[in-house]
Design a protein. Structure first.
Length: 80
């Protein structure tokens, strides 16, 4: 519904996925800022992964790929 449109994450859907999915789940679509990564982590209670495509600068978007990589590495460091 929002994939590729960069119009924002559907937070209510992320929350539902976190609450009801019995298996790991990945949300796709709507990302338009680096802050969306933190928001999905928060709303998804750490149970919902996120994939980013057209929002990345390498695909013509405004979210810097290097910033996303740095964010992920920071998350991994926090898990140790």
């Amino acid at each position: 519904e929002v994939e590729g449109l960069r119009c924002g994450v559907l937070e209510d859907l992320v929350a539902l996925l976190a609450e009801w999915s019995p298996i790991p789940v990945t949300y796709a679509g709507g990302v338009n800022a680096l802050a969306d990564l933190d928001r999905v982590k928060e709303v998804g209670k750490g149970r919902v992964d996120l994939t980013i495509g057209s929002a990345l600068d390498i695909f013509g978007g405004e979210v810097a790929y290097d910033d996303v990589v740095a964010w992920q590495r920071q998350q991994e460091e926090g898990e140790r």
